[in-house]
Design a protein around this ligand. Structure first.
Ligand SMILES: NC(=O)C1=CN([C@@H]2O[C@H](COP(=O)(O)OP(=O)(O)OC[C@H]3O[C@@H](n4cnc5c(N)ncnc54)[C@H](OP(=O)(O)O)[C@@H]3O)[C@@H](O)[C@H]2O)C=CC1
Ligand SMILES: C=CC1=C(C)/C(=C/c2[nH]c(/C=C3N=C(/C=C4\NC(=O)C(C)=C4C=C)C(C)=C\3CCC(=O)O)c(CCC(=O)O)c2C)NC1=O
Length: 290
């Protein structure tokens, strides 16, 4: 059994606690045992789970792994602390807010011989699985992914290209290696409005555009317009509700890694994709700052 602490009790942290308390029968998650949670606030307990002090969690022999569910700006520090303490880590995306820091953390996990797993539930949703099936085998001519959502606090969530890394991950997972050709950000601070536009080329020199637009009252939504040699895809394909939610699927993947049930090849491909996307996010940020 692996003892787990959940760090940061927001939306993601509470879902993690719920899922750890209700592992699927006969799934790898049955080897995880919730030992407590850590919060920067004094909550005492949550869902009958006890709060533990950060120092105690880092020292405790009953804690083998941490789920880092805090706001993005805190990820790097928390991941580092738990890896240095010799614990395995699951961190909600984005793993860090710079490519250098992400590399450093990965090297640290390898030096320590601990699993570093970055959650990417955007790849585990039914809507994405249907989209991936639809796109597979088609030749892209050009494409746009336009996301809208409510405003985020940049101090806590980081620059839009990082907080929106799940859109970038979709594009890389669908179309392979990308190069950023240009990026701009339009902001109206008094209205809490921001619009990031990034242009890419695929390895076959096909143009792709990502728009990440946020403002008060904007609904979370993704619009796509992909032109293929064989026709246009301009709406997300229909999908049904999954039997197992994406966070639970992710938890199973993490448990499999702890149990040594994921191949070295798969681990390497995942690491490459994650670091590539963080690198692209940084490239976009640099281009916007110019
Ligand atoms: N929400 C989602 O569906 C998904 C989220 N993620 C990632 O998960 C991470 C956390 O996101 P999310 O849970 O949505 O963010 P929240 O804003 O809900 O929580 C972030 C942190 O803020 C603190 N917090 C929560 N509620 C309060 C409050 N009322 N007052 C003061 N502090 C509070 C908590 O830390 P503490 O307990 O230490 O105070 C918590 O860990 C992010 O990295 C995000 O990218 C990834 C995929 C999906
Ligand atoms: C209702 C308010 C609501 C909030 C505040 C919210 C926050 C939120 N959802 C996210 C992703 C995500 N959130 C979900 C799913 C959910 N997340 C949920 O809080 C709920 C209730 C679902 C389930 C329907 C998924 C699947 C992702 C991955 C990215 C995506 O595919 O959009 C992220 C990570 C950053 C990002 O990729 O945009 C945040 C901060 N999501 C919401 O739906």
């Amino acid at each position: 059994m692996f003892g787990i602490v959940v760090v940061g009790i927001g939306i993601a942290g509470s879902v993690r606690i719920r899922d750890l308390q209700n592992p699927l029968q006969f799934s790898p998650s049955e080897s995880l045992k919730l030992a407590g949670f850590v919060s920067r606030r004094n909550l005492g307990q949550f869902n009958n789970v006890k709060q533990i002090d950060l120092g105690e969690a880092l020292k405790s022999e009953e804690v083998h792994a941490a789920f880092i569910c805090t706001d993005n700006q805190n990820h790097e520090e928390s991941v580092r602390q738990f890896l240095e303490a010799g614990k395995h880590v699951l961190v909600e995306y984005p793993m860090a807010l710079s490519a250098d820091k992400a590399h450093e953390l990965w090297t640290l996990s390898e030096q320590k011989g601990k699993v570093l797993h970055v959650e990417h539930i955007e790849l585990l949703t039914e809507e994405y699985k249907e989209l991936k099936k639809e796109v597979d085998g088609k030749q892209l001519m050009e494409g746009i992914l336009h996301f809208t959502g409510g405003p985020l606090d940049e101090q806590r969530s980081g620059f839009s290209a990082f907080s929106g890394i799940s859109r970038l991950t979709w594009l890389v997972d669908l179309f392979g290696d990308l190069t950023v050709t240009s990026a701009t950000i339009e902001e109206q601070k008094e209205l809490n409005y921001s619009k990031l536009t990034a242009h890419f080329l695929t390895a076959e020199n096909r143009p792709l555009t990502w728009v990440e637009e946020r403002a008060p009252g904007m609904k979370r939504n993704k619009k796509i317009h992909f032109s293929f040699t064989s026709g246009v895809l301009d709406a997300m394909p229909a999908s049904t509700r999954a039997n197992v939610g994406p966070f639970m699927q992710d938890q199973n993947i993490f448990a499999k890694k702890l149990l040594g049930q994921v191949s070295t090849e798969d681990l390497l491909a995942e690491k490459k994709r994650i670091l590539k996307c963080i690198y692209l996010a940084e490239e976009i940020k640099k281009k916007c700052e110019h």
